[in-house]
Design a protein around this ligand. Structure first.
Ligand code: NAP
Length: 265
C-alpha cells in the first residue's frame, strides 16, 4: 500500500519507516523537518521514501498530501499524550486534525482510507467490564479522548484501528531495512488485553482493580520494533477493495498487545 506516515521522526515513527518498507509498502513521510528526518535515517533508507513537509495540526495540508501522493492508508504516530491528567499535550489537536484530513480525503476520493492510530494501554477495558483501565490508573488520558473521537465517526468514514501498547522500549537505535528483530511477534486482542492475569485482589473494595492493573502493566511492555512491525504487517491485508477493511481483523477496534514470548510467564 502507499502509506502517509505522520510523525516519522519519532520513536515509533522511525521504526515504522523501516517496517513499512520491509513489508513492501511505499512510504510518504509527513514531517515538520525533512532535514531532521534525513539526519535520523541512514541514507539507504531515506532514499527509499518520499517526504512531505508540513505540520500535523494542519488538516488541509495533510489531506492535500494524501490526495496528491495517492495514498491508500495513513499511519499517525505524531504527538505524544501527557503522562499526568494535568499535563500539556498536543496529542488531541494533532489527532483531530489527522482524523479530519483522513475522513475528508476519503470522501473526496470516494473511498475511505485505511488508517492506524497510536493510543495507549489505558484505552483497553478491564476484563469482564466495559470500564477502561485508565479509570483505575488515570494516566495518558488524551488517548481516551482520541479513541472517543474515532468511535464517534460515522461508519465508513475511515477504516481505522488504534494500537494501544503499554510502554515501548527500543531494541536497537539503528534503523535498517529489512528490519531485524530477535523478539517474538506480538499477541493481540481487541477491546481487552490478551493474557491478562486476574487475582483475588481485584475484589478488595475501591483499590482492588487498581492494584491488579498495576500488577499487570509491566507484563505488557513491548518494543518499538514489534509494534511497528505489527502495523506494517496488518496493512498487507488489503486496502478494503473487496470488503470494508480488506482482510484485517482490527478495523474499528482498539487493539491491545503483549510480547508473544511473555505467553508462558
Ligand atoms: N513511546 C512509548 O512508550 C509509547 C507507549 C504507548 C503509547 N505511545 C503513543 O505512541 C505515539 C508515538 O509515541 P512516540 O514515543 O513515537 O512519540 P515521540 O517520539 O515523541 O514522537 C512524536 C512525533 O510527533 C511529531 N510531532 C509532534 N508535533 C508535531 C506537529 N505539530 N507536526 C508534525 N509532527 C509533529 C514529532 O515530530 P518532530 O520530530 O518534528 O518533533 C515526532 O515525530 C504517541 O501517541 C504516544 O502517546 C507511546
Amino acid at each position: 500500500m502507499k502509506v502517509l506516515l505522520i510523525g516519522a521522526t519519532g520513536n515509533v515513527g522511525l521504526r515504522l519507516v523501516a517496517s513499512l518498507l520491509t513489508h513492501n509498502h511505499s512510504v510518504v513521510a509527513y514531517v515538520r523537518s525533512s532535514s531532521k528526518l534525513s539526519s535520523l535515517l541512514p541514507p539507504s533508507v531515506y532514499g527509499q521514501i518520499a517526504v512531505v513537509e508540513g505540520d500535523a495540526t494542519d488538516s488541509a495540508a495533510i489531506k492535500k498530501a494524501i490526495l496528491e501522493a495517492g495514498c491508500d492508508a495513513v499511519v499517525n504516530s505524531a504527538g505524544r499524550a501527557a503522562l499526568a491528567p494535568w499535563g500539556e499535550s498536543d496529542s488531541q489537536v494533532i489527532f483531530k486534525a489527522v482524523v479530519d484530513a483522513v475522513r475528508d480525503a476519503g470522501g473526496e476520493r470516494g473511498k475511505p482510507l485505511r488508517a492506524w492510530f497510536l493510543g495507549g494501554m489505558g484505552v483497553m477495558y478491564y476484563p469482564g467490564t466495559e470500564v477502561m483501565l485508565s479509570r483505575y490508573i488515570p494516566i495518558y488520558l488524551a488517548h481516551n479522548k482520541n479513541h472517543a473521537l474515532l468511535k464517534s465517526l460515522p461508519p465508513n468514514a475511515i477504516t481505522w484501528s488504534m494500537l494501544c501498547p503499554s510502554h515501548m522500549t527500543p531494541e536497537s537505535t539503528t534503523i535498517s531495512v529489512p528490519t531485524k528483530s530477535s523478539r517474538s511477534q506480538l499477541i493481540a486482542n481487541a477491546t481487552n488485553l490478551p493474557l491478562w492475569k486476574g487475582s483475588w485482589i481485584e475484589y478488595i473494595p475501591l483499590i482492588g482493580k487498581m492494584i491488579v492493573t498495576g500488577m499487570n502493566a509491566p507484563r505488557y511492555m513491548t518494543t518499538l520494533e514489534q509494534n511497528a512491525d505489527f502495523i506494517a504487517s496488518d496493512l498487507e491485508s488489503g486496502d478494503g477493495e473487496s470488503r470494508w477493511c480488506g482482510e484485517s481483523r482490527w478495523c474499528g477496534m482498539a487493539v491491545g498487545v503483549i510480547d508473544g514470548g511473555a505467553k508462558a510467564k
